[in-house]
Structures are given as C-alpha cells and as structure tokens.
Design a protein around this ligand. Structure first.
Ligand code: B12
Ligand code: SF4
Length: 588
C-alpha cells in the first residue's frame, strides 16, 4: 500500500486523563461526547474526502476515542509505528489544547522530520502564539475551509517546500520569523466539498479501524449523523466563537457559506439509505432566507424517509414554516436554545426573540405533529444571576404544565464551559460585558486543563456570578430540572434517582477538592489530589451524565439501525461524491 500522505489525529482534551482524570463536571452533558470531547470535527470528513478525490492518501485516527475505549491503548507506540508524509491535529475546540500539544510533541519526539499541522477555529485564533511558543508545531492552517489550502500545503511539503503562496497558512520562515499568509481562501459556498459518510465507511474497511473513525463513544448503538447547511453564521451571540463578527475577524469570512439545498437533501438521502437513525441538520434552514428552506423542503418531499430529522432553529419559526416542514418530513424534531427564560438575559446574550413567539412555536409544532422539542438553557450568561438560573427551572415547570399532555417537550440546562470561546465578542472585551477572564493565552489554557476540577478550569466568571456560583447553580438547577422531569414523566424514577445520586457525589468531591486546593503546602496538596483522583472510575463517576442522562438526548432510532445490505453494496461500488463538480475522481 502506498505511503499515507496525511494522518489526521483527534486529541483528547487532557492527554493524561487516564492517569489522573479531573472532575470535569457536566460540561458535555448536552452533547453526545464524554468530557474528553472525543468527537472529531466534522471537517475531518470533508478534508479526507477532498484530499483523496485529489489523489492523496488520508487516514483519520480518533486518538481520544481509542484512549477512552481501551485503557491500554499505547499512544506512543501508535505514533512511533506510523510515519505519514505529515500529521494533522485539530485544535478546533479550545478544550483540546492540552491533548493537541501533547500529541504534537510526541510526533516530533519519534519523527523529528515529519511536519505537524494544526487547524480549526482555536488554532486559527492563536496561530502566531502557537508557532512562537511550541517548536514541535510546524504549520497552522487557518480559516473555516481548509480543504484546498491543505491540498496545496501537502503538495508543497512533498515537492518544492515553498510556502509563501499557500493561502491561509502560518509557518516558520526558516529563520526565527513567523509568516502568516493572508486568509484568501474563503469559499462562498459549500458545494465543492462533501460530508460523505460513504467515504468514511470505505476508510473504516481500508484501515480496519472502526474505533479510529468512531465519532463518539456510543455511536455504533446510536448512529446519529449530521449534515451541514453552512460554515459561519449571520447571528452575533456575544459569547460565541462562531458568530458573524468572530468569523469576519478571525477567518476573513464576510458572510456564511451555504451548501446548495438540493445537495443538502441528497446528503440526507445518502445517509438514510445506510442508517435508520436520526439526522441532525446543523444550522437553521431559514437562516439563508425563505427560498433556501423552501427548496430544501421541496426536495425532501420528493423522497419521504422515515429517519427522524432534527431541525435547529436560531429564531422560532412561523406556523407557515412549520407547516412546510410537517408536509415534507415524516418524523421532524426541533432544537432551539433560548439560553434563559429571562428575555433581558437572552437579549444581552444576543438572541433577538421573546418568550411569546417561542411558546407559540411550541404550540404550533405540537399541533403539526412534531415528534420532539428540545429546549437548551445555559449558565454563565451576561446579566444572569444564581436566582435567575433557578427561575429558568421554574419557567420550565410552567411550560411542562402548559403542554402537559405532550410528553416530548424536553428542557436541558448546562454551563458555558469549560471555556468562554476565544475570539468571541465577550472574550475580546470581557470588562465591557461584565466578564472577568482568568486565562487568555494558549499556555494559560493548557495549564488550566490540568486543574483538578472544572471550577478551576473555567476561564471566566461574571459580574453576576463568580466561579463558585456558576458551579453551584449548575448542580442545583440540574437537580431541580431532573426532579421536574421525573415529576412530569419525561424520565423514569430510576434514571432520576441515578442522576440525583451522581449530583450528590459530584458536589461532595467538588467540596473536597476545594478543601485540598486551600492547603498551602504544594507537595501535600498534590499528594492528596493524586490520592483522590487517581481512581480508574472517577471520570465515569463524577463527570459523565451528571445533570442528565445521555439517553435523554436521543431521538428515536429504529431497532435495526444499519442497513447492512446497502453498506456492503456501497463498499464495493465506485460512487461519485455529492458535490457540484465531482471531478477529479479519487480512489473512493
Ligand atoms: C456544529 C457544532 C458542534 C457540533 C459538532 C459537530 C462536529 N463534529 O464538528 C456539536 C453540537 C456536537 C458541538 C459540540 C461542541 N461544541 Co460546537 N459548534 C458547532 C458550530 C455550531 C458549527 C461548527 C462548524 O460550523 N464547523 C464547520 C467548520 C468551521 O469546521 P469543520 O468543517 O469541522 O472543520 C474545518 C475547519 O475548522 C478546519 N479544521 C478543523 N480541524 C482541522 C485540523 C487540521 C489539521 C486542519 C488543517 C484543518 C482543520 O478545516 C475543516 C475543513 O475545512 C460552531 C459555531 C459556528 N458557527 O461555527 C460551534 C463551536 C465550534 N462549538 C463550540 C464548542 C465550545 C463546543 C463544545 C466544547 C461545547 C460543549 N461544552 O459541549 C462541544 C465539543 C464537542 C466535542 N468535540 O466532542 C465553540 C468552539 C469555541 C472554541 N474556539 O473553542 C463554537 C465555535 C461555538 C459554540 N460555543 O458552540 N458543536
Ligand atoms: S450561538 Fe449564535 S452566533 Fe453562535 S452559531 Fe449559534 S446562532 Fe450563530
């Protein structure tokens, strides 16, 4: 087999989590991942497909997943035995800073001449600082769309070693200087790339590595997938590192790039042929305008499919929009993030709608047969106090009472954690928005990830809640919401009791960590922390599904989740990728 050109590695958040896991708290309770954030960026899929289509050999290895699944998985040995032309590591989410740097350092230890490339939103934000501080990283590929520039870079690495004309690239110039080429590769649409799960299936077989390609721990029992409408956003939520302003400043993106709605529908059909599981549409289909949503729904109506489709809305959709969805999709579900019940807090965060339109949307959606509605509330917002967080739970009760016969309205609450997003408006001017930042630099964030609990990892507190109150209000609101869900029959009593018990345990251990952290003698402090945290089950016991069960997030899935016949057919067939211009054809 020809030498692999690129191995893309997804790191764990904290590299040493198997030796001494901290108490990460409910930071991942409302996403499918564990607190190790083992989900790799969906862009790995489009990078791999694009590079292979252009003749390169690419492998994805979810190192975080391998470490989680097998406590004895030897990362050093794995890296030592694999020597591609280059390694790529994602630093998309800042939470991976410790793991990403640790992997890069290991690569250089075993393969000093193999280039290490970092990419993703956080790497984009910190590109110069990363190259200045960490000699084991050679390149940062910036921007939200790196398929083509990465192809250029890999070709340059293989041939002329001339980097000055590669768009979006930051690199060392051979002396001590760092060159940041301008971000000029900013595609206006997403029609030349493909998030193609058929491509991934082929790779799993080629490398015989189902774990290396697995997106999150329970994926093979709950194979939920996502399709993307866009990169970028038209909204400007104040703490979001993916807002319109952040994308403009950081990724030179003046407006979002959308995927053609016909290609988007085809992405869904491709998944549906192989998997009988839910599909999440990332990005509001009405964000690009009415016509986009209408075209997409017209396409969907042509081929009715039974998979549950989850729609994410940035604004409550009108009755008319919901009617169009209901007549096109058999099983439709809704996700919306009001963030707080308090309209003032919501407005300060950047969401421009009141409770009345949201409640009207809930009533309409139920009336039109929506299978499930998830409401996401958040803790750590501008103007939000401890009391306000508790009132969000009270508001959830009002909603559950009002829509009582419908037992599929599900509220969730979780903290803005572990980090306020780098590059977000609040991160850039914390004082102006009532925030205090504890960690700003890359190294400060890396160090923070080694802290014993998420209270010390948090990189911010607000004028309205200090770190202690953010933590306390998270567990207390989680406890109250859990009881509410049991009372209204959204979860069974056994699940509620298990969550309640985990919250109790987490609170006790958090208090114990606070006591140890106050010990002035650093040697004694460290040895007490070691004794407490060095327990093989502490990750599962204190940081997973603390304020709600992962199962609560799951949309219905058919009993047989995979269409094995179709999957085998796909594995042997040569298929064109679902892009507007499918040539040149590659090996998959
Ligand atoms: C969809 C989404 C998700 C999905 C994940 C889908 C996925 N697997 O990628 C879900 C809902 C699961 C999710 C979870 C989380 N998310 Co999120 N998410 C988003 C959202 C809305 C869109 C992301 C997006 O558009 N990606 C498309 C493009 C930009 O990325 P991409 O295609 O994956 O990758 C391209 C580039 O980034 C780059 N690239 C990426 N990696 C690499 C590596 C190399 C080597 C190279 C060269 C290039 C490269 O090239 C790729 C292809 O061109 C953004 C907000 C926004 N508007 O951007 C937030 C956002 C990215 N998420 C964010 C956060 C904080 C999280 C969580 C940590 C939240 C939490 N506490 O649970 C978790 C982490 C989960 C995990 N990793 O396990 C922050 C990140 C801020 C930061 N800088 O750290 C953002 C910016 C905003 C927000 N607060 O939600 N998220
Ligand atoms: S949080 Fe707001 S700004 Fe960020 S991606 Fe969602 S809608 Fe856009």
């Amino acid at each position: 087999m020809a030498k692999t050109d690129l191995i893309l590695l997804h790191p764990p958040t904290y590299y040493d989590f198997r030796k001494r896991p901290g108490i990460y708290g409910p930071i991942s309770d409302v996403v499918p991942s564990t607190p190790i954030f083992e989900m790799y960026p969906i862009g790995f899929t489009s990078l791999s497909e694009y590079l292979e289509r252009h003749g390169l050999k690419v492998r994805i290895v979810n190192v975080a997943m391998k470490m989680l699944k097998d406590r004895r998985f030897d990362v050093e040995k794995f890296i030592r035995h694999n020597k591609p032309i280059a390694f790529g590591i994602d630093l998309h989410w800042m939470a991976h800073i410790h793991g990403a740097l640790a992997l890069a350092e290991l690569i250089k230890k075993f393969h000093p001449d193999t280039p290490v490339i970092l990419g993703g939103l956080s790497a984009t934000y910190y590109h110069e600082e990363i190259l200045r501080q960490y000699p084991f990283i050679d390149f940062v590929m910036r921007g939200d769309s790196t398929e083509k520039p990465l192809l250029d870079l890999l070709k340059a690495i293989k041939r002329e070693k001339e980097f000055k004309n590669i768009p979006n690239l930051t690199y060392r110039d051979g002396g001590n200087g760092i060159q940041a080429n301008p971000i000029t590769y900013v595609p206006e649409d997403l029609n030349d790339i493909a998030i193609d799960y058929r491509h991934i299936m082929k790779k799993v077989v080629r490398f015989m590595d189902p774990v290396g390609y697995q997106p999150f721990v329970d994926w093979y029992t709950y194979p939920v997938t996502a399709v993307f409408t866009c990169r970028g956003c038209t909204y400007h939520c104040k703490t979001c590192g993916g807002s319109s302003q952040t994308f403009r400043k950081m990724a030179n993106r003046p407006k979002p790039a959308y995927r053609d709605p016909v290609l988007l529908a085809q992405d869904i059909f491709n998944i549906s042929e192989h998997l009988n599981a839910p599909i999440m549409i990332i990005g509001d289909i009405f964000q690009p305008g009415q016509e986009y949503g209408a075209t997409f729904l017209r396409e969907m109506k042509k081929r009715p499919i039974e998979n549950h489709i989850a729609f994410e809305f940035f604004l409550p959709p009108s009755r008319n929009q919901l009617e169009r969805i209901a007549e096109s999709i058999i099983n439709f579900n809704i996700e919306i993030s009001p963030e707080s019940h308090d309209e003032e807090v919501r407005r300060a965060f950047g969401r421009p709608y009141g409770n009345e339109p949201m409640e009207r949307m809930i009533a309409d959606a139920i009336d039109l047969g929506c299978k499930r509605i998830d409401l996401f509330f958040m803790i750590g917002l501008p103007k939000q106090t401890y009391q306000s967080v508790m009132e969000t739970v009270d508001y959830s009760r009002l909603l559950l009472e009002r829509f009582q016969p419908y037992d599929k309205l599900i509220p969730f609450i979780s903290p803005l954690a572990p980090f306020l997003d780098p590059g977000s408006t609040v991160f850039e001017e914390p004082e102006k928005y009532g925030y205090r930042l504890f960690h700003k630099t890359v190294e400060e964030h890396r160090q923070a990830m080694m802290s014993p609990s998420w209270k010390y990892i948090l990189n911010y507190e607000t004028e309205w809640m200090d770190r202690h109150e953010i933590v306390a209000s998270t567990y207390e609101s989680g406890r109250r919401l859990n009881r509410l869900k049991a009372e209204f029959g959204l979860i069974d009593q056994k699940t509620a009791d298990a969550v309640e018990m985990r919250i109790e345990k987490a609170l006790r251990i958090m208090a114990e960590i606070d006591r140890i952290m106050a010990i002035p003698d650093p040697v004694r402090r460290e040895s007490e922390l070691d004794a407490m945290l060095n327990h093989p089950l502490s990750l599962e016991t204190y940081s997973m599904s603390t304020v709600c069960e992962k199962k609560e997030l799951e949309w219905p899935t058919r009993f047989i989740r995979m269409n094995f016949f179709r999957i085998i057919k796909t594995l042997v067939a040569r298929r064109k990728p679902n892009v507007s211009n499918p040539s040149p054809t590659g090996s998959s």
